[in-house]
Design a protein. Structure first.
Length: 95
């Protein structure tokens, strides 16, 4: 027999792992929503890219409390908005 007693084992490591998994899953889900929303608005709904960028940015801010995301999410959102703006201006300039 072993020294194991049901209900007496420390699960601190498992708890931290699970909370980290949930946090990464929430961040990834919010990230994919934001990354996919702008092209859907531009190409499927025929929304101009500046308006699609604004709508996507607002959606990213609104879903932050729903997914319990912190300051890193806002930094990622600002970075994605700047990147999308630069890419949008580039494609507008060449067309």
């Amino acid at each position: 027999m072993s020294d194991y007693v049901h209900g007496k084992m420390s699960i601190v490591g498992q708890d931290k792992t699970f909370k980290g998994f949930v946090k990464i899953s929430a961040f990834a889900t919010a990230f994919f929503i934001v990354v996919l929303l702008m092209p859907i608005l531009v190409f499927a709904a025929n929304v101009s890219w500046p308006l699609a960028l604004i709508i996507t940015f607002i959606v990213g801010i609104v879903i932050s409390p729903a997914f319990k995301l912190g300051g890193g999410w806002y930094a990622t959102l600002f970075g994605l908005a700047i990147l999308a703006g630069v890419i949008g201006m580039f494609f507008s300039a060449i067309t």
